[in-house]
Design a protein around this ligand. Structure first.
Ligand SMILES: Nc1ncnc2c1ncn2[C@@H]1O[C@H](COP(=O)(O)OP(=O)(O)OP(=O)(O)O)[C@@H](O)[C@H]1O
Length: 611
């Protein structure tokens, strides 16, 4: 199975305009506040630019032999007042934009999570968890920072630089032209910077996602790593990936630094030339000293916005990459949906029929045979049927087609005569409860884990349902945990033993009160005696519930009403355990191989019930 590591090629990615245009629906509701934030930022920039004009007036009219010295205080007061006004405007800008930007980030994150929940299992099998984690967390944080600061400041810096240029031309068109000529090499360099930075930015965000996957995998598999003494090996692998990310980050920083050197040094060089030209023009009486001072003071004010534009361009490119990564997931199509006009069975009894069902995994090689190749099976209402077959024949795959975790490639899966594709998806999954071999529990209380899929009932009924499910699944041990059924179990239930986790997961399937119960070898970690007690209890609690159970142990097989034998992607035979044992060579072979895996002291075979 190939896991998507997120290294999408940068060729063919959407243009800047197209990517940011997709933000519009989210930005629209907060547009007024962003607009006011923008006005404040712009006003702050303009206020900063007026200070040099006050200085020019001071030089030309006050620091003049015939000037009025008391006007110095007026100029000082003006400069101080303008400085205070600029600070107040910056404060207001932050007030206007920070809250809506944070709200937008949350809104997009929640939508992302909701979309992930809806996407089919096939999608989650392809994508590394770290990629999804980084796209939902750090990529959206980048967007918030850009929206609250980068976007406004990019526009404001551009407007400030353009206004500054006009003022510089107003002081002296010669000096203004010298300054403007510097923009030509900066523009050329900016194009080169954009391409290099965009590639490095994409690589670094993808590598960060892969690194998160590596952390997640090693934390998840810490027992295996420790047991096999592979800590050093995992460390080396992680170190190498972390070094790759560091190298990419260094490349990114170098690219930005070389652009910043350019963007700072060119205007500085232009200013040097401007100084020479300005002094000559002043000596020729073609330029007043005040205009010269205003020109240089304006150029000093512009130094900040010009340098910022380089960093803001880098920030904008990183945000564009983050948005592309976000929308790559949001654009993933949900192929398993409810029909527009769902059907409901008139007489729900829990009959399950598979009719000529074929299935291939989406990422299977085109030349490989489908996993399921014409499965025909009928499980009668209320019947318990065991599904048996050699390892890798597709038993788990078949079970997953019933609640539409995967979709049959062709053929039909029918519940009470209605194709599962015609059922409302929520209702279908309420009707079919599943317990998998690999038990997944959530870091929540036992009560919450067991009642995860329970029908909506009054509290008192839920309590009774919980007790019944716990008793049937032989999960009474949970009551003696420190806080009883309210004990919060560790992440993925790792604080419980394998058998305990399986019993909680089974209790969860029972508490869902399904019409059809699908069990993928859910008792494999139990000893045979406990398994027997569980199965007997299941028979009474789930009386009338149709059950399809993948069995890896002869003990489980014998407790079923009938057995279906899966071979070569199809149902090879159906009958009682004794019938198949007597008449089917392949069944005898499968049972013999299952027996080999089981402790011979605890197994009784031969068609009769165990003692
Ligand atoms: N997500 C997947 N993508 C591609 N192939 C898969 C995927 N999951 C399972 N397979 C393949 O499909 C086949 C059937 O797998 P499945 O898990 O259904 O077998 P099984 O009969 O339940 O096996 P076991 O008894 O060992 O649990 C196997 O060859 C397996 O490698």
């Amino acid at each position: 199975m190939a896991v998507q590591l997120g290294h999408a090629p940068t060729e063919g990615t959407p243009t800047m305009g197209r990517t940011f245009a997709r933000l519009l629906p989210f930005v629209k509701p907060i547009m007024p506040r962003l607009f006011f934030g923008f006005i404040c930022a712009l006003a702050a920039g303009i206020v900063a630019l007026t200070i040099p004009q006050v200085l020019a007036w001071l030089v030309n009219n006050v620091l003049h032999p015939e000037g009025n010295s008391s006007d110095v205080w007026l100029a000082v007061g003006l400069v101080a007042g303008l400085g205070a006004l600029e600070a107040a405007l910056v404060f207001l800008r932050r007030q206007f934009v920070i809250t809506p930007a944070a709200r937008l980030e949350t809104q997009m994150r929640v939508r992302f999570y909701e979309h992930l929940q809806r996407l089919p299992v096939a999608f989650h099998e392809r994508w590394g968890s770290g990629q999804l984690l980084s796209r939902s967390m750090s990529d959206l944080s980048l967007l918030r920072r850009w929206l609250a600061f980068g976007s406004l400041m990019l526009v404001v810096s551009t407007v400030t630089v353009l206004t500054g240029l006009v003022l510089m031309f107003n002081s002296s068109w010669v000096l203004g032209s010298i300054y403007l000529v510097g923009a030509i090499p900066i523009t050329i360099k900016a194009f080169h910077f954009r391409n290099t930075y965009k590639t490095a930015s994409r690589l670094s965000q993808d590598q960060a996602g892969d690194l998160a996957t590596a952390v997640e995998e090693s934390v998840h598999g810490i027992r295996v790593i420790k047991a096999f003494g592979r800590g050093r090996h995992m460390y080396d692998g992680f170190n190498s990936r972390a070094s790759q990310l560091r190298d990419t980050e260094v490349t990114k920083a170098r690219t930005l630094a070389s652009f910043l050197v350019f963007i700072v040094s060119i205007p500085e060089t232009a200013l040097g030339l401007g100084l020479v030209a300005g002094l000559w023009l002043t000596s020729q009486d073609q330029l007043s000293i005040g205009a010269l001072v205003a020109f240089f003071a304006t150029a000093t004010v512009l130094a900040g916005p010009v340098e910022n534009m380089g960093m803001l361009l880098g920030m904008t490119l990183t945000t564009k990459t983050a948005l592309d990564r976000h929308f790559e997931v949001m654009d993933a199509e949900n192929t398993i949906t409810s029909p527009d006009d769902p059907r409901r069975p008139a007489d729900p009894v829990g009959e399950l029929v598979l009719s000529n069902v074929h299935f291939s995994f989406p990422d299977a090689a085109g030349t490989s045979a489908p996993t399921l190749r014409g499965v025909n099976l009928r499980v009668r209402p209320g019947e318990t049927m065991a599904l048996v077959g050699m390892t890798g024949t597709g038993k788990s795959t078949l079970l997953q087609l019933i609640p539409r975790l995967h979709e049959a490639t062709s053929g039909r899966v029918l519940i009470d005569g209605i194709d599962v594709r015609d059922w409302d998806l929520t209702e279908l999954r309420r009707c079919v409860a599943v317990a998998f071999e690999d038990t997944i529990l959530f870091s929540a209380s036992i009560r919450e884990n067991v009642l995860l899929g329970a029908p909506e009932l009054p509290e008192a009924h839920l309590g009774a349902l919980l007790d019944e499910a716990i008793d049937t699944a032989q999960a009474g041990f949970a009551r003696s945990l420190p806080n009883g059924l309210d004990t919060v179990i560790g992440e993925e239930g790792l604080s419980l033993s394998g058998g305990q986790r399986q019993r909680i997961a089974l209790a969860r399937a029972i508490a869902a009160k399904p019409r059809i119960l699908v069990l993928d070898d859910p008792l494999s970690a139990l000893d045979v005696r406990t398994e027997e007690t569980v199965t007997e209890k299941l028979r009474t609690t789930l009386d009338g519930t149709t059950t399809l159970i993948v069995a890896h142990r002869p003990s489980t097989v014998m407790l079923a009403d009938r057995v279906a034998l899966l071979k070569d992607g199809a149902i090879h035979d159906v009958g009682t355990h004794s019938e198949l044992l007597a008449g089917n060579t392949h069944y005898r072979f499968v049972i013999a191989s299952l027996e080999d895996e089981e402790d011979p002291d605890t197994t009784t075979l031969g068609g009769g019930p165990r003692s």
